[in-house]
Design a protein around this ligand. Structure first.
Ligand SMILES: Cc1cc2nc3c(=O)[nH]c(=O)nc-3n(C[C@H](O)[C@H](O)[C@H](O)COP(=O)(O)OP(=O)(O)OC[C@H]3O[C@@H](n4cnc5c(N)ncnc54)[C@H](O)[C@@H]3O)c2cc1C
Length: 453
């Protein structure tokens, strides 16, 4: 059934040069890069009451370092870490055989650093607004429609950058979008939560001294002797817990150290079949994921050394979405490109994270490693047919397997920086982003410290 919504005039809240929609890792970097040289009006829209997106749900940032151990994500993303480190709110980049590197951050400070960065370069931030439509002139996007407590309003923009994770702007602008693998299967979401009171030495000792019992995927036990870590393993313990009647939705125990010595973030809830672009599906996911925490926590207390007296301290503000829409851009990055480390002349990011697919059904995962870092071309940010729009972050133009590597936050930040830079370079040259001089974009990224191979 449908109803007719009458056409109506709506107020124009603002008219800007660059409008970024979505204030996650890609959006914050896009807005900063668009505004950092001054001279342009830049606005950032965010539907939640804080900036940072998935930077705020208790995840480490993976793969600042590439497979060979050299740093591949630098530029503004590294400066973001420097800002956090100045507040004691981030670790160094720790090498990891499975994840290339992990950088632990304090989620609350991440929100503050994002907000400070926007203020520093004069980006106007508007929270609690949901982008629900686009304005177009022919095939060119000229702004967006937002919905808030004020009702519907328009924001006009010379260039819009979609950093919503779900490709909301692109989808509404008529850009072709895809979801998941050939069968539409998407990587499942996870509700992250934090436990405190973990006896970390007991956990380390178990993994280091009894690898036959406390097994890890890929990672040598010595990796757990000291410093920050992510466990991916303890498969046997999960099987035992399942045999004992606990409902554990994953095959591997993924635990991430925090900045405090007794702090662990648990990455073990999983709601297969969720589509975050359908509110009914996302609602079921949230409710299910919160319910799953009970058995997962009991599992940790009963079967994993060091957790006997640990308590749940914090739950992430929302269940994190690994995968939803991706756009079809001027180029679609594939797993073959990633795994063969294909060179692109228009590379704007060099990334190092392997293809890491959490299966859409069941509780396991496939990892496909690369020998070295790989290029991501500018064209993945540019929709194939719609003008005046760039798309950065996990919804850029990649197939299911490629985005399973590029989706990590370090890479998304670098994609955001590239999009924001391109938007500004295009405006200054008086051309559309699809016609920007990519050599000039690359030159500016390099000038700001990026690594492009
Ligand atoms: C459970 C889980 C574990 C992960 N593990 C890791 C890890 O360990 N390390 C790592 O580096 N990466 C990890 N990732 C991947 C990574 O977190 C994401 O791929 C990355 O954050 C995507 O960044 P983004 O900027 O594209 O989108 P997001 O971080 O999703 O940000 C999008 C932002 O846009 C806003 N928004 C969305 N729609 C609208 C709208 N219509 N209007 C206004 N605002 C809107 C959202 O509120 C949000 O703030 C994980 C992801 C998940 C879900």
């Amino acid at each position: 059934m449908t109803v007719f919504e009458p056409a109506r005039e709506i107020p124009v809240r603002a008219s800007v040069d660059v409008l970024v929609v979505g204030g996650g890792p890609s959006g914050v970097m896009a807005a900063y890069a668009a505004a950092r040289k001054g001279g342009h009006k830049v606005m950032l829209l965010e539907s939640r009451g804080f900036l940072g997106g998935n930077l705020t749900i208790g995840l480490p940032i993976l793969a600042f370092l590439g497979p060979k151990g050299n740093q591949v994500i630098k530029g503004e993303a590294q400066k973001f870490i420097d800002r956090l480190r100045a507040r004691g709110a981030a670790s160094e980049h720790k090498r990891c055989k499975n994840h290339m590197s992990l950088t632990i951050i304090n989620s609350e400070e991440a929100k503050n650093v994002c907000a400070d960065m926007m203020e520093e370069v004069g980006v106007e931030v508007l929270m609690y607004v949901f982008c629900c439509g686009v304005l177009k002139d022919g095939d060119r996007v000229t702004g967006v429609v937002i919905e808030s407590k004020c009702g519907r309003e328009a924001i006009l923009a010379k260039t819009v950058i979609d950093c919503t994770g779900d490709g909301d702007v692109a989808f509404r602008a008529g850009v072709e979008c895809h979801k998941g693998d050939a069968d539409g299967g998407m990587q499942p979401p996870t509700l992250m939560y934090q436990m405190r009171g973990v006896k970390m030495q007991e956990l380390r000792d178990a993994i280091v001294n009894h690898p036959d019992i406390y097994d890890m995927d890929v990672m040598p036990p010595e990796q757990f002797k000291s410093g920050y870590f992510i466990t991916v393993g303890l498969r046997r313990q999960i099987r035992e817990a399942q045999e004992a009647g606990l409902d554990i939705p994953v095959s591997r125990t993924i635990l991430i150290t925090g900045l405090e010595p007794d702090e662990i973030w648990v990455n073990m809830t999983r709601v297969s079949g969720t589509d975050s672009t359908d509110p009914a599906s996302y609602t079921r996911c949230e409710i299910t994921a919160h319910r799953q925490m009970k058995d997962v926590t009991e599992y940790l207390r009963r079967f994993v050394p060091g957790f006997e007296d640990a308590r749940v301290e914090k739950v992430a503000p929302f269940t994190g979405i690994r995968e939803s829409r991706v756009i079809v851009g001027k180029y679609v990055l594939t797993a073959e490109d990633v795994l063969s480390m294909k060179h692109f002349d228009d590379a704007v990011v060099v990334a190092g994270y392997p293809v890491d697919i959490h299966h859409s059904k069941g509780g396991d995962c496939t990892m496909l490693f690369t020998a070295d870092a790989y290029d991501i071309p500018y064209r993945v940010l540019v929709p194939e047919k719609v003008e005046g729009l760039l798309v950065a972050g996990r919804c850029s133009s990649m197939n299911h397997e490629a985005m399973a590597g590029t989706r990590v936050m370090s890479t998304c930040m670098a994609l955001g920086e590239a999009a924001g830079t391109a938007a500004r370079v295009a405006l200054e040259a008086g051309v559309l982003p699809s016609a920007v001089d990519v050599a000039a974009v690359r030159a500016e990224l390099l000038e700001n410290g990026a690594y492009l191979g």
